[in-house]
Design a protein around this ligand. Structure first.
Ligand SMILES: [Zn+2]
Length: 71
C-alpha cells in the first residue's frame, strides 16, 4: 500500500504521486508533484521514496530531488 505523502514543498499541492522509472537494477522511485513538476529524492522502492519525500527537509544533504520545472 502506498504511504501518505506530504504536501509539495514548492507549491503546497497535495497532488503527489509516486513514480517509478528505469528497469532492473537501475529502477528507482521518487515522489512527483503533479502540479508544479517537482521531483523528490530517489529511493530504491516506493517505501523509501515516500520516506525521502516526507523527510526531505530533515535530510537535505542526501536529497537529490529538484524543484519545479520551468518552461
Ligand atoms: Zn508542487
Amino acid at each position: 500500500m502506498a504511504k501518505e505523502l506530504d504536501s509539495c514543498p514548492f507549491c503546497q499541492s497535495l497532488d503527489i504521486s509516486l513514480e517509478n522509472f528505469g528497469v532492473g537494477r537501475h529502477r528507482g522511485f521518487h515522489g512527483h508533484c503533479n502540479d508544479c513538476g517537482a521531483d523528490g529524492p530517489i529511493g530504491d522502492d516506493s517505501d523509501e521514496a515516500s520516506d525521502r519525500w516526507n523527510t526531505r527537509y530533515d535530510k537535505k544533504k542526501r536529497g537529490d530531488g529538484h524543484g519545479p520545472r520551468r518552461g
